[in-house]
Design a binder for this molecule. Structure first.
Ligand code: MG
Ligand code: ZN
Length: 423
């Protein structure tokens, strides 16, 4: 922030689900990152202008409300449990603004999130301008804090990585339980339910994003979340699901043969995607870029599409003209962290940014052949395969946080068959 700064950051409120009921609370990722205070309607103030460094404005203790909605830390808890220098009731924020703004040169605030607070701040800045003869000088700049904050969030600390590894272990167990249900007659929603159950029973708050559980041609729908169809033996089941642990996401995709055995055509597609994913993971190193990671997959996938007869064109030309996009239409990576598609820029000075220690991202190539694709041999139609792991750059290479979740075809088949023997 530099000296002379004041930052005012708003936490999340409750979102209405229907009528007078609300979704379960989920704190804003930036607010969680800075405060760990995971209760609704809080505001954090950070100061480098000589005022208290960290102030929280929170919903005060209220025995009647707490009887209905549960514990609130209140102002006492904000200081004792969250390390705030000072804490005040949320209702005191507006009247505190003149004092908060009077010494600062730079105000860090996200405009447009909380229009009522925005209006109060602007009103106070105007009042200060009008009383300039009394010595009031409003801050010269209003800075969006997210650029600096998201740059911080991009680089995971050892403490964050420890949480992410624990989340990966829970996601591993959930995929294992899910794979065992990949048998004809079960339904996509049963698989989703066992994912949710395993996430919760192991201490995570639940899925980090809407789980994708797609059997057969549903695997070719990239953001399929209906998850309501029966599974059919000899089709594939694509599961893209990861838990959220202490706010941090894991994001893992595996593709399982329903019934426990890949057909030759499914296995051919699967092995191409796996080879692509391994090639991309090999490209993960200090100083490389995400487009390089992507291009490693594109090359393997495009060669595979030619081998499968999906593309009738030379490899270099297919890459050059992006013909592969018909069967591989998404990127290979996104940042991962408190948000499954995490904060942080992908370019720096107009160039893809260089990977550096602590950057965590997905590696998730796929190959998708829709059921009505007359260009594809009949046995290839309706096959969708994606394999996704979470990779962090280290000082001497990379660490694949989700590496222990099997993806070799034989190991994947074995997981599914474990479920069979339990039937
Ligand atoms: Mg995913
Ligand atoms: Zn992903």
């Amino acid at each position: 922030m530099g000296p002379g700064g004041v930052a005012i950051l708003c936490g999340a409120g409750l979102a209405t689900r229907s009528n007078d009921t609300e979704f379960r609370f989920r704190q804003d990722s930036d607010f969680h990152y800075l405060t760990g205070f995971d209760h609704p309607n809080a505001v954090a103030v950070f100061r480098t202008d000589g005022g208290p460094t960290f102030t929280l404005f929170v919903e005060p203790r209220d025995p009647a409300m707490e009887t209905w909605n549960g514990y609130r830390p209140g102002t006492e808890g904000a200081v004792a449990e969250y390390g705030a220098d000072e804490a005040h009731g949320r209702e005191e924020l507006h009247s505190s603004l003149p004092e908060l703004l009077k010494r600062s040169d730079r105000l860090f605030h996200v405009i447009g999130r909380n229009t009522e607070l925005d209006a109060r701040i602007i009103e106070n800045l105007e009042l200060m301008r009008r009383s300039s003869r009394a010595g009031a000088i409003p801050p010269e700049e209003i800075v969006d804090p997210r650029r600096a904050l998201h740059e911080m969030r991009l680089f995971k600390t050892p403490e964050e990585l420890a949480i992410l590894r624990r989340g990966a272990a829970i996601t591993h167990e959930a995929h294992h339980e899910a794979a065992k249900l990949a048998h004809g007659g079960n339904h996509e929603f049963e698989v989703e339910a066992v994912l949710d159950y395993t996430f919760r029973r192991r201490g995570s708050s639940g899925p980090a994003y809407g789980s994708i559980v797609g059997g057969g041609a549903n695997a070719t729908v990239l953001h399929y979340v209906q998850n309501n169809q029966p599974l059919k033996n000899d089709e594939l089941l694509l599961i893209d699901a990861g838990c959220e642990l202490e706010g941090y996401a894991s994001d893992v995709t595996r593709t399982y043969p329903i019934g426990g055995t890949f057909s030759p055509a499914q296995r051919a597609v699967y092995e191409i995607v796996l080879e692509a994913q391994l090639a991309s993971i090999e490209a993960c190193k200090f100083g490389a870029t995400l487009p390089e990671v992507h291009n490693a997959s594109v090359r393997v996938l495009t060669r595979g599409m030619i081998d499968l007869g999906l593309l009738d064109i030379g490899l270099e030309e297919a890459i050059e003209k992006e013909n592969y996009r018909r069967y591989y239409m998404h990127g290979t990576s996104h940042w991962i962290g408190l948000d499954v598609h995490d904060a942080g820029t992908y370019t720096e000075d107009g160039q893809p940014r260089q990977l550096a220690e602590g950057m965590l991202f997905s590696v998730e190539p796929g190959l998708y052949i829709t059921a009505d694709d007359e260009n594809a041999k009949p046995e290839l139609r309706g096959i969708g395969v994606r394999i996704e792991d979470d990779v962090v750059i280290t000082a001497d290479g990379y660490e694949n946080l989700t590496e222990s979740i099997p993806k070799e075809p034989g190991a994947v088949e074995a997981w599914v068959r474990e479920g069979q023997s339990e039937e």
